[in-house]
Design a protein around this ligand. Structure first.
Ligand code: GRF
Length: 218
């Protein structure tokens, strides 16, 4: 059974979707052992507590990035975490941290990477006038919002979309693809070949197929 540590900064809805998938048995081979936040008032910390998962606030005040990340890494090691799940963690990780958990950190980004990296991905998509956007779960490397892609989902961008309405449509698919990606990884169904993640999707074809067409209301 793999042990997951989740890093958050706020709402924690992606953390919650993964937790629900663990509890429902969709994710068969992993448990969430700790949730860490850099914000004391992160709502996700309450979700963790309500579900009897250790919720840890680590205050970044007066700490360098390296020192902060070292404390976070030591905490994850103390909890014997195998995979680090970034779920709205609004800090850039140091290269030391990434090395410590090499190929064992995943992130979700609210765009079809490699488009619209960085902050306000949904706003960037609207500003560029793309007709489709979506979400991406990827392994974390030293390049921001880069790294091998595990799962993506696509949503249409409507003419009357606002940043808020597009974000909501994307978030709905985030809650589906993040648990799916965690399932694939923790059931050892993936291998990384150069930049490609090759997935064994046996028994999951419906799940994969549903990811995209369903969002078009078909
Ligand atoms: C999500 O949109 C995710 O893609 C981005 O940050 C947001 C986190 O939302 N990285 P939540 O805290 O999981 O609700």
């Amino acid at each position: 059974m793999y042990r997951l540590g989740v890093l958050i900064s706020g709402r924690g809805s992606n953390f919650h979707s993964i937790l629900k998938s663990v509890n429902s048995g969709f994710i068969t081979n992993a448990e969430i052992v700790v949730v860490i936040s850099n914000k004391e008032d992160a709502k996700g910390l309450n979700i963790a507590k309500e579900n009897r998962i250790d919720a840890v606030f680590i205050n970044p005040k007066d700490l360098s990035r390296q020192d902060y990340d070292k404390i976070v890494a030591d905490t994850l090691i103390k909890y014997r975490v195998d995979f680090v799940i970034l779920a709205g963690f609004m800090r850039i990780l140091s290269s030391e941290f990434i090395k410590t958990f090499e190929n064992r950190i995943v992130n979700i980004h609210p765009a079809l990477l490699p488009s619209f990296r960085g902050l306000h991905a949904q706003r960037q998509a609207l500003e560029k006038g793309v007709k489709f956007s979506g979400a991406t779960v990827h392994f974390v490397t030293n390049e921001l919002d880069d790294g091998p892609i595990v799962v993506q989902s696509v949503v249409p961008v409507m003419d009357n979309d606002t940043e808020d309405s597009l974000s909501k449509r994307i978030l709905k698919t985030e809650h589906r693809i993040y648990p799916l990606a965690v399932k694939l990884i923790t059931e050892n169904r993936i291998k990384i070949e150069k930049n490609r993640v090759i997935c064994d999707t046996e028994g999951l074809d419906d799940e994969f197929y549903a990811l995209n067409p369903k969002e078009f209301g078909r």
